[in-house]
Design a protein. Structure first.
Length: 54
């Protein structure tokens, strides 16, 4: 699946910020893997009361 460039940058920034992974490591993930990590981050944020902006 192709993401619009701004959406891909947002995904990379969110995962990099929270997991401290490099740009290359994040891009090496399959889309479904990256999406699963983003969903998990959203659950963590919701449980901590931070909403999606975390």
């Amino acid at each position: 699946m192709t993401r619009p460039p701004h959406r891909l940058r947002e995904e990379i920034a969110r995962v990099a910020c929270r997991f401290h992974w490099s740009h290359a490591e994040i891009l090496d993930l399959r889309h479904d893997e990256r999406e699963a990590y983003l969903e998990q981050l959203a659950r963590f944020d919701a449980a901590a009361g931070h909403g999606a902006a975390g």
